[in-house]
Design a protein around this ligand. Structure first.
Ligand SMILES: C[S@@+](CC[C@H](N)C(=O)[O-])C[C@H]1O[C@@H](n2cnc3c(N)ncnc32)[C@H](O)[C@@H]1O
Length: 317
């Protein structure tokens, strides 16, 4: 079967909404890709157009549970935990966005099964994983800046530290500077994993196994960093935590919070596998910060080069 024989491809190219045979046509196209060992580069735009449709609420509402199952089943082994998309779907560690999937993204991990590796190559080509990888250099900049602003000793809090890969990459570049990082994560497996990744820097890091809701520090911080956490919080929880973090800041300190933006082109792909985030606009982030008592000149929003991962920057000076 060739993609040309599938009317769905014409629908996707033309930007029209799919017709009533959408489920079977989508499943057929996915099966076609599976049978040829995964998508090649030339398949990416059509596959992405198809997957993007899943972020359209009006389309999602038309698809029954059974039809979802049919589409998901058409991936076969490509939706097992041997692939990253399958890991996202099955959540073998019990929750979305666990430290292992984030580290698979950072390290461009590919399935050991050659029949499935192309699915991981497709996954890594998406803009959302690229935005996650871009967080590493953004964190490096933040730590670098903080260490210059507080040269005697910079005190940093990393909330939901996950695999620790971003910290490791930053400390490798910065060297044994006078930087001390407290890491909080609720998953002991993430902490053990991060300890092994960051083993060269353990004197500079303290790991705290806690849920952020129950974390009360024994010191205050020059930089409070959190990426991959607040986009799982609704507005009410978002604000509750920010208000608490504000009390943990040293004078002249800042809070930097990552949150995926509303223009995430990989949203449909992620949501197909129930990796649901709360996407926010820069204005919405500013509004939430304002509600937490920050004045407009204490609030800034930046972004990584893809423009997908936004960073809300809050200062107390
Ligand atoms: C998406 S990863 C982000 C990791 C890291 N910040 C990064 O960007 O590489 C999310 C991490 O947050 C942790 N986490 C989720 N909810 C948490 C909570 N309420 N308290 C502490 N850690 C939490 C998870 O255990 C996981 O390791």
């Amino acid at each position: 079967m060739s993609t040309k024989s599938i009317p769905l491809s014409e629908v996707l190219k033309s930007g029209l909404l799919p017709g009533k045979n959408f489920t079977s046509e989508a499943s057929e196209y996915i099966t076609f890709l599976v049978n040829k060992g995964g998508p090649d580069r030339q398949d990416y735009s059509l596959l992405s157009a198809l997957l993007n449709l899943f972020s359209d609420t009006s389309i999602r509402e038309q698809i029954s549970q059974n039809e979802w199952k049919q589409i998901q089943n058409s991936f076969g082994e490509a939706l097992s935990i041997q692939t990253i998309q399958g890991w996202a779907f099955h959540k073998p560690l019990g929750y979305a966005g666990d430290f292992r999937i984030i580290d698979k993204i950072y390290t461009y991990e590919e399935s050991a099964n050659p029949q499935l590796a192309k699915w991981d190559q497709y996954f890594h080509s998406q803009k959302a994983p690229q935005a996650v990888r871009n967080r590493q250099s953004y964190l490096l900049e933040q730590i670098w800046q903080t260490s210059h602003e507080h040269p005697a000793m910079s005190s940093i809090l990393n909330l939901a530290s996950g695999p620790g890969r971003d910290m490791h990459e930053a400390l490798k570049v910065i060297g044994p500077a006078k930087v001390f990082i407290d890491c909080v994560d609720q998953d002991i497996r993430a902490i053990d994993y991060a300890k092994s990744i960051c083993q060269d820097f353990l004197p500079q890091i303290r790991f705290i196994h806690k849920n952020v809701f129950r974390f009360t520090p024994d010191k205050s911080y020059d930089l409070i960093w959190s990426a991959g956490l607040f986009d799982y919080f609704n507005d009410q929880i978002f604000k509750r935590i920010i208000k608490r973090l504000k009390t943990f800041l040293n004078p002249g300190g800042k809070i930097v919070i990552g949150n995926f933006s509303e223009n995430n082109p990989s949203r449909g792909y992620m949501e197909l596998f129930h990796w649901n985030l709360i996407h926010r606009s820069p204005e919405h982030l500013q509004h939430l910060a304002h509600d937490c008592g920050f004045t407009m000149n204490q609030i800034r929003v930046e972004q990584e080069p893809e423009g997908i991962n936004l960073f809300l920057i809050l200062s107390n000076s």
